[in-house]
Design a protein around this ligand. Structure first.
Ligand SMILES: [Zn+2]
Ligand SMILES: [Zn+2]
Length: 300
């Protein structure tokens, strides 16, 4: 394990973010903004994990940590593994605690409750006995954020980095080989962000325009489209109207009452340096929102 880790890749989920080395990758995420879990694996045996839970009142974090460590100890005993653990006050944060323990693996972590957003966060780095767990844990957990200062949350994993106003709730996520799709909602406004890998292979068979019209969510919409540019990459600007007969009346009422157009607008672009295709769609939202979100995508 080398000493200088150079954490430089941002990972973000449900308002929690941390910075990890470029070759680490997200291998698990669960839950929502209220309560959830995120796991990031190194190519070796190191693993970073974050658990969060929203709380209204001040939480006894010492008790939460004791409960957590007791559970780990019980599991270790079942497997006849010796458990040793230690807790001390955090050097960085008032009220926070640091812990280290050893069972099958070596672990160092922190627990704290944010005085601003009231989230309780337990974060840890674990590794094999010969990993520099303490050192790596310091470097990575020092970058941990449990809320955003500007009201925009960073969603960053598996080659996608995008920011959305925090009022948007993630309603669907889809991870497949070479594909990541995230669907968000705020009131009547919906946002879809997608990224495809191995773009050169795809574009050999279908030009970008064909792909955007038939290979993406746009295939159900029959949009108007014009060529454009995103971050100096070739792009397609798309506009359409959602056809959904089953909810026609509801939509019509929404349109009349709330003056929300049923329009969908979006951009699909090919990032050659990253060898990826990206798509951002905004349904019943403003063109400014679309542009703002596209601007936050870090595609290469
Ligand atoms: Zn916070
Ligand atoms: Zn790019």
């Amino acid at each position: 394990m080398k000493q200088g880790l150079a954490p430089e890749q941002i990972v973000g989920w449900q308002g929690v973010s941390l910075v990890v080395p470029p070759d680490w990758s997200v291998t698990g995420f669960q839950g929502d903004a209220k309560e959830g879990y995120l796991r990031v694996d190194s190519p070796g045996s190191l693993i970073a994990e974050v658990r969060w839970a929203q709380a209204r009142k001040q939480v006894n974090i010492r008790k939460r940590l004791d409960d957590y460590l007791n559970m780990v100890e019980r599991q270790a005993k079942k497997r006849k593994v010796t458990f040793t653990g230690r807790i001390k006050p955090s050097e960085h944060e008032a009220g926070g605690l640091e812990f280290t323990y050893r069972a099958d693996r070596k672990v160092r972590g922190i627990i704290r409750q944010c005085p601003e957003c009231r989230r309780v966060v337990i974060a840890q780095v674990s590794g094999d006995t010969d990993d520099a767990v303490v050192n790596v844990s310091h470097q990575i957990l020092d970058t941990l954020r449990d809320h955003s200062d500007d009201g925009w949350w960073t969603w960053a994993l598996l080659g996608l980095v995008v920011r959305l106003p925090q009022q948007f709730t993630l309603v669907r996520s889809q991870v497949m080989s070479g594909y990541l799709g995230l669907q968000f909602r705020r009131g009547y406004t919906e946002v879809g962000v997608e990224r495809w890998g191995l773009a050169d292979v795809t574009l050999k068979r279908w030009p970008l325009e064909e792909w955007a019209l038939h290979g993406t969510e746009w295939k159900r919409v029959k949009p108007r489209h014009t060529p454009g540019e995103v971050k100096a990459h070739p792009a397609l600007v798309l506009n359409g109207v959602r056809r959904a007969p089953a909810v026609w009346l509801r939509r019509k009422v929404e349109r009349l009452l709330l003056r929300r157009p049923d329009e969908i607008q979006g951009l699909v672009w090919y990032c050659e340096p990253g060898n990826r295709i990206y798509s951002v769609r905004v349904e019943r939202g403003s063109p400014e929102l679309l542009q703002q979100i596209v601007d936050t995508v870090q595609c290469h």
